[in-house]
Design a protein. Structure first.
Length: 488
C-alpha cells in the first residue's frame, strides 16, 4: 500500500510540474511583462542595476521579448558600457518579435562607441527589415554623413519614408540634400507636419531663411555655399558640408569662417589633425577673430597638447580678457592638464570680474581646493561665502544649490567637521536624490566613522548612479578599502 501511495504521489507531482511548465510557457509573455513593469518602476528612481536585473529576468522568461532586450541595452548605453550591450544584442534578431528595433538600438550603441561603419550596417539592416521605422531611417541618414559618398543612399531611404511622425524630419533632410536646386528645396520645406517639435520648427525656420536667400540671389554662390554648409553642420551632416566649404575656399581663401567650419567638420569626424590644420589657417587669415582661437585651443586640449592649447587660449584672452566663457574654458582645460594652481588663478580672475556667475566660480574653485589642491580651509571659506553668507543662495537655481551644498559638505569633511558635513550633504540629497558624487561623499564619511552598513548603501548607490565612470571607480575603491578594514 505504501508503495502505491509513493508511486501515486510521484505521478501526481510529475503531472503537476508538467502542468505548471505548460502553463508557464503559455504565460511567458505576461510573465516577462511583469519583470519589465518592475524594471520601469526601478528606472523611475534611477535604480539602474535593479532595473537591469529585471530586464534580464524578462529575457530569461521570454527570449523573444524585444522590449526586454531594448530596455537592458539602453541601461548599458546610459552607463557607457558598450561591450556588454553589443554582446547582449548579438545574433538575437531571429529570436525577437521586432528585429528592426534591435538593429536600431545596436546601431545607436555602435555609433556612441565610435564604430560608424558597423553602426551604418546595423541601421541599414534595420531599414531592410522595416523601412517604416522612421527613427532608424533618420539615424541611418545621420550616420551616413560620417562616411563618404553616402548622400544618394540617404536620399533613397528618405524618399521611401512616409510616416506622420517623421514627415517634418524627412522633409528637412531632403531640403538639404536638394541643394543647389532652390525650387526643390523650397518645395520640401513648405511641406509641414502637425507633429513637428519646437526644435525642428526652429531648425526649419533657420533653413527657410537660407533657402530664400539662395533662391533670391542664386549668383552669390560663395555666400550661398557658406550658409548651406553651416546648415549642414546644424543637421550633423558633416561629410556633405566638406565639399561645399572646399568650393568656398577655392573661390576665396581669405575668409576665415570657411576654415573654421571645415575644422569643425573634421573634428566631429574624428580627424583632429585636419581640424587643427584648418583652425590654424583660420587664425592666420584673420588673427583678430576670437572664435578660431577658442576652437583651436579646444582641439589642442582634446589632443592633450598642453603647450599649444595654452598659447591659443592666451591669444584668445589677449583679444578679450574679460570674456567669461573663454576664461572658464581655459581654467577647466588647465584642470584637465593637471595645472591646478594655474587653474585656481584663472578662477580667481573670473571671481574678480564680479558678474552674476561669480558664485558658480567660487564653488568650482572650492571643489578644486578640496580635491586637487588640498587647501581645505580656502575650500570651506569659499563654499561658506556662497551657501551661508550670500543672500541670493535661496533664490538661486536648484541645480546650483545642490552643487554648492555638496561642495560645502565635502569642505566641512575635509576640515574634520563630519557632523556639519553630513548635515549639508543630506540637505543636498533632499534637493536632488540622484547625484552620484553626494552618495560617494556620504559613503566615505560613514566608512570613516565605521558605520559600515550605511557606508555600503551610499557607495553602492554612487556606483549605480554614476554615468561617467570616475565616481563609480572611486566608490568601488572605497568599498574595497572598507571591506579590507572590516576583515582585518
Amino acid at each position: 500500500m505504501k508503495k502505491f501511495v509513493v508511486v501515486f504521489l510521484c505521478v501526481a507531482i510529475a503531472a503537476g510540474v508538467a502542468y505548471y511548465l505548460s502553463n508557464q510557457k503559455q504565460d511567458d509573455g505576461p510573465f516577462a511583462q511583469g519583470y519589465i513593469d518592475k524594471a520601469e518602476e526601478f528606472l523611475e528612481g534611477r535604480y539602474y542595476s535593479k532595473a537591469l536585473e529585471q530586464y534580464k529576468m524578462a529575457i530569461d522568461a521570454d527570449p523573444s521579448n524585444t522590449d526586454a532586450y531594448v530596455g537592458a541595452a539602453e541601461i548599458y548605453e546610459i552607463k557607457g558600457q558598450y561591450e556588454p550591450a553589443i554582446e547582449l544584442l548579438d545574433g538575437i534578431e531571429r529570436k525577437v518579435t521586432r528585429p528592426d528595433e534591435i538593429y536600431y538600438i545596436r546601431g545607436k550603441i555602435l555609433f556612441d562607441a565610435g564604430d560608424y561603419t558597423a553602426a551604418v550596417k546595423s541601421f541599414k539592416d534595420g531599414y531592410e527589415n522595416n523601412s517604416k521605422n522612421w527613427q532608424n531611417v533618420l539615424a541611418l541618414v545621420r550616420t551616413n554623413a560620417y562616411m563618404q559618398n553616402k548622400e544618394e543612399d540617404s536620399i533613397d531611404v528618405l524618399k521611401e519614408l512616409s510616416n506622420d511622425d517623421s514627415e517634418g524630419w524627412r522633409n528637412y533632410y531632403l531640403t538639404l540634400f536638394s541643394y543647389p536646386d532652390s525650387g526643390e528645396m523650397m518645395s520640401y520645406l513648405n511641406e509641414s507636419s502637425s507633429n513637428e517639435s519646437a526644435e525642428l520648427k526652429s531648425m526649419k525656420d533657420s533653413l527657410m531663411k537660407v533657402v530664400q536667400k539662395v533662391q533670391s540671389d542664386s549668383e552669390d554662390v560663395l555666400q550661398n555655399n557658406t550658409l548651406v554648409a553651416y546648415e549642414y553642420l546644424n543637421a550633423d551632416l558633416y561629410q556633405p558640408a566638406i565639399p561645399l566649404l572646399e568650393l568656398v575656399i577655392a573661390e576665396n581663401d581669405e575668409y576665415y569662417a570657411s576654415y573654421l567650419y571645415l575644422g569643425v567638420c573634421y573634428q566631429k569626424l574624428g580627424n583632429i589633425d585636419k581640424a587643427l590644420e584648418n583652425y590654424e589657417k583660420a587664425t592666420t587669415v584673420d588673427a583678430k577673430q576670437l572664435q578660431p582661437w577658442v576652437f583651436l585651443a579646444q582641439a589642442y586640449t582634446e589632443k592633450n597638447d598642453q603647450k599649444n592649447a595654452d598659447e591659443a587660449y592666451q591669444e584668445a584672452l589677449t583679444l578679450d580678457k574679460t570674456n567669461e566663457s573663454v576664461r572658464l574654458d581655459y581654467a577647466r582645460a588647465l584642470v584637465d592638464f593637471g595645472l591646478y594652481s594655474q587653474a585656481a588663478r584663472e578662477y580667481g580672475e573670473l571671481i574678480d570680474l564680479n558678474t552674476n556667475k561669480s558664485m558658480d566660480y567660487k564653488i568650482e574653485l572650492s571643489e578644486l581646493n578640496s580635491g586637487s589642491l588640498n587647501d581645505f580651509e580656502t575650500a570651506l571659506k569659499l563654499a561658506k561665502e556662497v551657501v551661508e553668507d550670500w543672500e541670493g543662495f535661496q533664490t538661486s537655481e536648484d541645480e546650483f544649490q545642490v552643487r554648492a551644498l555638496d561642495a560645502l559638505g565635502w569642505a566641512f569633511k575635509q576640515n574634520e567637521q563630519k557632523d556639519e558635513a553630513t548635515k549639508y550633504l543630506k540637505r543636498a540629497l533632499e534637493a536632488d536624490p540622484y547625484q552620484a558624487d553626494i552618495y560617494l561623499h556620504l559613503g566615505v564619511i560613514y566608512a570613516e566613522i565605521e558605520n559600515f552598513v550605511d557606508a555600503q548603501e551610499y557607495l553602492e548607490r554612487a556606483i549605480d548612479l554614476d554615468l561617467v565612470g570616475e565616481i563609480s571607480a572611486k566608490a568601488s575603491n572605497e568599498l574595497d578599502k572598507m571591506i579590507n578594514e572590516k576583515d582585518n
